[in-house]
Design a protein. Sequence first.
Length: 133
Amino acid sequence: MAHYRIGQVAELLAVSPDTARRWVDSGKLATVRTEAGHRLIDGAELARFLARRPAPPRIPVGEQSARNHFPGVVTRVLKDGVMAQVEIQAGPHRVVSLISREAAEELGLEPGVRAIASVKSTNVIVELPASGS
């Protein structure tokens, strides 16, 4: 399972690192400690936190390119025999994509996994960030 540093959580949720740190300090977001004493947020815990969090107000959007990328965290994956519904919380945006079950399994999509929703027209493509990101 993926683990995230506080700074990564802040970046994914489009908040300051201080805000993410306050969530951790107040107990709203649980952490685990590394052997070196660093605090990490478990991906599944982050997904639960995002699912409980009320949707932020919508931000008016001006001009955008034809292709948009929304890095975020998978909060839910529902699979049936052929298809999978994948929900990603990307900053203030909740993105839902329908992809094949096979693609979701090949990508290893589950709550807490970092992913990128690529939006073009009416299609949402789910990608994983390059390793080391």
